[in-house]
Structure formats: structure tokens, C-alpha cells
Design a protein around this ligand. Sequence first.
Ligand SMILES: *Cc1c(COP(=O)(O)O)cnc(C)c1O
Length: 403
Amino acid sequence: MLPTFDVTPGVNTDLNALEDAHSSGVYVKRDVQIVRGEGAILWDAGGNRYIDLVGGQGTANLGHCHPAIVAAVREQVGTLIACPELFHHPLRARYQAELCAATGMPRVFLCNSGAEAIEAALKAARLATGRAGIISTMRGFHGRTMGALSTTWEKTYREPFAPLLPDVSFVPYNNVDRLAAALTPNTAAVIVEAVQGEGGVHPAQPGYLQAVRDLCDASGALFILDEVQTGFGRTGDLFAHQHDGVRPDLLCLAKSMAGGLPMGALCIGVRAGALPPASHGSTFGGNPVACAAALAALDVLQRTDLIARARDLGARALDHLRANLPENAAREARGRGLMIGIELRGKVAPVLRHLQRRGVLALPAGATVLRLLPPLVIEEADLFAALDTILETLHEEPNHASV
Ligand SMILES: *Cc1c(COP(=O)(O)O)cnc(C)c1O
């Protein structure tokens, strides 16, 4: 039997210690126990309210417990939970058709996370081209499994696990000439994000994705676009690449795909074609509860103005930050839609702690970038209150960022 604890106001430290004692150790958790969410608001065990700019680490574009997701999941868990892709399922059929219509790509492989979508893309690219090489980008992040990790730039994530996939090289993001020089007849794929997320919130410059497309076409490599973080309305388009009018060969999706439930997808274009039978698979992939949630999530995004709202609110948020950032604490604010990064002059960790004490939860992107991924449903007043809290924090203690 588990020990029981008194739930005391604030943080239940006994349960937090229990969680730390038994977890793998890979997560360094914040000193707060989150127990409930609605829209862009979270509450801790002590009833304290937070404006959430973490957005479930990018999984909560629709906000916490969106009524359409709750209803779809409730309905499906009472009907059928387990149904592997040995069998047909009506919701999966509908979802795949909807996703293909939304992306303009004819096929999709369903999985359960971003890294799995990347793994599927790397395998599909090798199968389709018969080549082995992969070109990724500096500061790129594509996940933690061995294949995805091989294409992730950050050394501290990669080096302890060497040797990784051979034939992976890295070129600077937004640099067309370096990519052109790196492509060889052995290049199976080029993999890039539409906006680099973990690497510091760096948007693709206008024309960059089109140049990647053109270089891939010229060399016979496939274009893998990682929209795990930028997809599903985050940047002010359903998918960020639609902003540039470019279509990749392989499109990786996850995070906000299913209203916060775990789900990922590889959308497959005509150049990669259908994958051979049994060449890949996933036991949980295409799970009916995930499909029900994903269908509801896509429907909400397509029937409401949330995406246009993300574009508009994001632009105004960025303007507000740029007009008011204290020069001695921050270098710049950048982003697209409601994916925003503030590059600090010092460390982000103390700023995050300070914000949490003031009721605002936010993310880092590397050591010095403050990253904001608010749910797209965030009330305008909450978003600007949170931005002002960030600005006040940076104004009041410009130096705490450098301690
Ligand atoms: C989060 C993320 C991943 C990895 O997704 P997981 O679900 O954590 O495996 C891959 N690519 C990008 C761009 C991401 O933001």
C-alpha cells in the first residue's frame, strides 16, 4: 500500500519527495505540484493559480481539458480503448483522411510521440531513396531516441550515447549555401524544423524552406520537415510550412495533435510513397482514444478562429515585448504566432523560478532563452498580464539573470 499524505496548502513535499525517489532521475522537477487545468490556467495542490505559458510543453494548444477533447475521449473510452492496426477502425479512417486533406499529403503513419515520428521519417527516407546520409541543422532538436538523437545538435544530449547513426552531418540553420555544399549523392534526407524550438526559437527566414525544397529536388534527397512543436496552429497557420507555401516529402507531427494525449504522425508525400508492408509498425499507433481526441482537436482548429487568433495575439505580444524589453536584461524577442522566445543576457533558470513565484509558468529553450508556448485559447488579459510580469521581473532584477 502507498503511504498516505496530508494535502497541505502549497506544495505537498512528501509526495514530491516520493516521486523524486522513484523516478528515473532524468527530470529535474520544479517545486510545484500541478493538479488541475482549464484553458490556459493551472492550479497547484495548494489552490494557487498560474497563467500557463508552458502549454504542456507544446502539447496543449487547445488549452487544458478543452470540452471537445474531454467529450470525445469520454465517449471513446467507454466504447473501445484497444484496437491495434491489425484491424480497421472508423475513427482512425476518418482521422487519417482529415489529416491528409489538411496537409495535402496522401498517406500517414500514426505513432505516439515526436521521436517516433522522426524515427519513421528516417526509415522511410532510407527506404525510398536507397541512400543512408542525413543532413540536419545546428541547434536542431528532433528527439531522444537513438535515430532522432543522431539528428539532434546539442552535444550534451548526444555525446554520452555515442556511437549514434553514421552519415549524419549538421549545417547552420537558415544557411542555404552550406546546405547546398553538404548534399551528396548519398544524402537520403535533409531534416529541419519550421521554427527551431528547443534550440532557442529561431524561425526559418523567408525563402529558406523553399530553398531546402529546391535543393532536395535537385539532389534526389527527401525533405523531412519536423513540425512536432510548430504544428496545429502554434505559429498562426495550421502547419508552419503553409506560411511559406512549401510542401515537404515527410512531415513529422506530435505534441498538440490530440488535445494533450500522446500521439504522433508521419505524413508521407508522393515521393516517399506507400511504405512496404511490415516495413515499420507500432503497437499503440492509431489507438482509437488518441484518434478520437485528434479528430476533435483538428475539428476545433478548423472550425474556430484559434489559428488566426494565434497569429494576431502572437504578433501583438511580440510587439509589446520588443517595445518594453529592458536592454540590460534581454537581447531580443523573436518568434512566430504564439511561439515566442526572449533571448536573455544571463541564465533563464532564475527567471523561471521568479516567474513561478509570481504565478506565471514558462519554459527555457537552452540556457539563456525564455520560451513561451501558451495555449492558443489563452485569454488576452491573461497573456498580457503574464507578459507584464515577465517584463517587470526583467526590469526589477536585470542582473538576476546573470547569476
Ligand atoms: C518535442 C520535439 C520532438 C520530440 O518529441 P517527443 O514527443 O518528446 O519524442 C521532436 N522534434 C521537435 C521539434 C520537438 O519540439
